[in-house]
Design a binder for this molecule. Sequence first.
Ligand code: 5AD
Ligand code: SF4
Length: 473
Amino acid sequence: MPNKYFYINTIGCQMNVYDSEQIAARLVGLGYQQTGVLEVADLVIVNTCTIRAKAEQKAFSFLGRLANLKIKNPGLIIGVGGCVAQQEGEKILRRVPHIDLVFGTQAIDRLSLLIPKIESKRCRVVDVGLTEKPVRPAARPDRRPDGLVSTFVTIMRGCDNFCTYCVVPHVRGREVSRHPDRIMEEIRGLVQSGVKEVTLLGQNVNSYGKKEGLCSFPELLARVNSIEGLQRIRFTTSHPKDFGSSLIDALKTNEKVCDHIHLPVQSGSDRILNRMNRKYTRELYLDKIAELKDTCPGIAITSDFIVGFPGETEADFNETLGLMEIVKFDGLFAFVYSDRPNAPAVQFKNKISEAVKKKRLQTLLELQENFTRMKNQALVGCVQPILVEGTSKKQFSGSINHPQSAVQWTGRTSTNKIVNFYHNDNPQSGADIFSGKIVLTKIEKAYAHSLWGKPVEVKSATGGRKGEESYAA
Ligand code: 5AD
Ligand code: SF4
């Protein structure tokens, strides 16, 4: 049988990256091999995202470009999966005539039936069934992530929160958690194959296990913390309404849990938070941040913001800027509000003009730049334990002042800041001397989005308590 190749384009969040692995495993099971070269593929899958209008446009523009490939190779099968597929369903077949398959967020397991059907009958297939009954997330397919230092592990899927701007509950279905034993098995397997850091993934990890009566998220963290050989644990995303003392304690007591939390606030105005259906107030958010900073000094806090939500006044926006001044986030993601189909805010009046949204976004990002710089600058002169992820794309090949070429390495602090450093080993040797190791690095320079350091000491595989190795030099 001739070799058959598949190519996957993954757009959007880490959940999609994880899903793409699952898709890939099903395709391998059908006798396909993965390729990074689009032109040689017999099957192209686009795993799409619809969280904001831009992500959806990206998917359709990629799909449009596949028309030429299909003309050159009429046997090519093109499939669209993920959130746009779930949202648009059959409409995609009408909009993009060269597509063969539309499969929703809960149809990945059925690919093993859908693809052979298309192969044999050359028909067009749509499978976007979304049950209200939660569908348990499948375990990660067996694979050996060669050389992978850090990876994601889905602990739950879907969302029950129904923020009024958000499409996720409509395209991903209701919240459902994986059994902790399955999660532990998966992480143990990953650690055996060399992974040192996992990021536990869920739309709202704070409500992990609640519905099913499994263990709580802090209990899960304690269990994962006990896995020998695992160095670091991260998690995302936490909803502020469910974030509280027990998770704050877990951050403090579990030495492998990193000093970083992503706690999306979206707005600093109570009026807007209420219209967003976020179920917390500005005061409550700030109280939780205060408790967090009190219990875990040095923790890095990042957030998400939406500017220009329908009805957002200058006064509301100023409340957001005021909240930023109080919290001083280490970093943030900010988005201009975009209408999403099925999300209730589509119907809200007083939409904000694109020009005002853009201006507010710029103001917010400029303010944040100061805080990010300040936080990064504060680390200069300190020694930080870095988990090295590998060599950096940018390499140094020598200069007049520094004739020896050097390998540039990259890793992260426990607080999730990227640190790059050189080491004068022989780049030709190809020896991977740092990947997966904790390297104590003296921070020498702070940039807008990364730090520059100098290695001081390489720690053994089992690090000590988090932050303990960190000291001001
Ligand atoms: N418009 C703009 N931003 C959005 N987000 C979610 N939905 C929208 C929308 N309709 C942002 C939120 C969320 C992040 C993942 O994407 O800030 O936390
Ligand atoms: Fe969307 Fe809100 Fe659920 Fe997050 S918590 S996925 S913003 S509905």
